[in-house]
Design a protein around this ligand. Structure first.
Ligand SMILES: *[C@@H]1O[C@H](CO)[C@@H](O)[C@H](O)[C@H]1NC(C)=O
Ligand SMILES: *[C@@H]1O[C@H](CO)[C@@H](O)[C@H](O)[C@H]1NC(C)=O
Length: 318
């Protein structure tokens, strides 16, 4: 009786050990930054640790595209997966059957990894998903665009007030408008590039077009506040321009910190810089509006006083 029990136990043990086990990974994500995709497949209970008794098969949706036979050291690869290779042949006897594929050939889907060690075998399925498709995350892209949009909107609002309320030369107004048009066009191109999927270079050029030209807002804002405050080197105009310059420098530093990294790690720095700039354009707009109203309310009584005087002068001249 005891012998039978032991025999049954042994049998159960053998049946369990006939199955290879894997480190569980349900899915991996491929982003725009992955040059190669690694599909993990790690067997945790290889017994012989001998490459000659190992056989590895990789399938995509049940269709085999890669096989490695350790006995003859033979690899078979289907042509549409020509870049597929085992990540480390020397670690295969230890159970590492992970596969690397170039990003152009890796298609999303369910991949299965089948490993045989002598008479034991096992299979695991890994889903390859497409993750983040552009250089920055969607949220970061939205924040870049929103801050830039409001910076430009506030700039144009300042221009409208200047043109309607303030007396300044036609030439100055035209310069301000041309600068605004150029900035808006470049910004639109930048925004459309930064959100493009699967092209980091376009995203980088886009961010460059979003960040770098906004520097023009620093002198423009100073120029506008000088017109509005009717004085050269007014401390308010200088303060606004300096703070805006600080925001611009932060955004530019963030841009250069990001440019070499994929995924970029300092989007927050760029966003902070753009946010400061946008806030300072809003402050500029408030100055323009307040000065505009003060000017109007001062002008009206003065005109009322001046007119009878002029009439009197007219009479005297006659
Ligand atoms: C893509 O790269 C990231 C790190 O940059 C890595 O964590 C991830 O596993 C890679 N994805 C694939 C499918 O290889
Ligand atoms: C992979 O398999 C999972 C679970 O069976 C399923 O939900 C998913 O849609 C599959 N993915 C693809 C791309 O077929």
């Amino acid at each position: 009786m005891r012998a039978l029990g032991a025999w049954l136990l042994l049998g159960a043990g053998c049946a369990a050990s006939a199955q290879l086990q894997f480190r569980a990974t349900k899915s991996v994500e491929q982003t725009v930054c992955n040059e190669t995709v690694i599909l993990p497949c790690i067997v945790t209970n290889l017994a012989l640790k001998n490459i000659a008794v190992l056989f590895v098969k990789w399938k995509l949706e049940k269709k085999e595209f890669f096989s490695f036979d350790g006995f003859g050291n033979k690899t078979l690869i289907s042509s549409n997966f020509s870049t597929a290779e085992l990540v480390s042949l020397s670690h295969l006897p230890l159970g590492m059957a992970s596969l690397s594929i170039s990003k152009t050939q890796a298609v999303p889907g369910n991949y299965s990894c089948e490993v045989t060690e002598s008479n034991r075998e096992g299979e695991t399925v890994i889903e390859l998903k497409y993750g983040q498709a552009s250089w920055f995350t969607k949220t970061e892209n939205i924040l870049f665009i929103v801050f830039l949009f409001f910076a430009i909107l506030f700039y144009w609002s300042q221009l409208c007030f200047i043109v309607l309320t303030y007396e300044t030369t036609r030439q100055k107004k035209i310069c301000l408008i041309i600068a605004g048009v150029i900035l808006s066009v470049v910004a639109a191109v930048g925004c459309s590039l930064v959100v493009v999927d699967a092209n980091v270079l376009k995203n980088q050029v886009g961010l460059g077009l979003i960040v770098l030209p906004t520097g023009i807002l620093v002198p423009l804002q100073y120029f506008i506040l000088q017109i509005v405050l009717e004085s050269d080197r007014s401390p308010l105009a200088i303060a606004v321009a300096v703070l805006k310059l600080v925001g611009y420098l932060i955004a530019v530093i963030g841009f250069f910190l990001c440019i070499n990294a994929c995924p970029p790690k300092c989007g927050a720095v760029v966003i902070a810089g753009l946010a400061i700039m946008t806030f300072m354009v809003a402050v500029g707009l408030i100055c323009v509006i307040i000065r505009g109203y003060n000017k109007k309310s001062h002008q009206l009584p003065r005109k009322a006083v001046e007119e009878p005087l002029n009439d009197a002068k007219g009479v005297m001249l006659e």
